[in-house]
Write a protein that binds this ligand. Structure first.
Ligand SMILES: [Zn+2]
Length: 49
């Protein structure tokens, strides 16, 4: 199990971490940097594959 950062697709700010075995579809989170709600579609996995 690896932890990967979920980053804002707009500004690239690291928002939270999640383990890369997790599956999720749509997460909405408030980005303090962009000052708006953004939609997270899937995590950027750095180590798998
Ligand atoms: Zn942002």
């Amino acid at each position: 199990m690896d932890k990967v950062y979920v980053v804002c697709p707009n500004c690239g700010k690291k928002l939270f971490r999640i383990d890369n075995t997790s599956e999720y579809k749509n997460i909405y989170i408030w980005c303090k940097n962009c000052k708006k709600e953004i939609k997270i579609i899937e995590p950027k996995s750095q180590s798998s594959k």
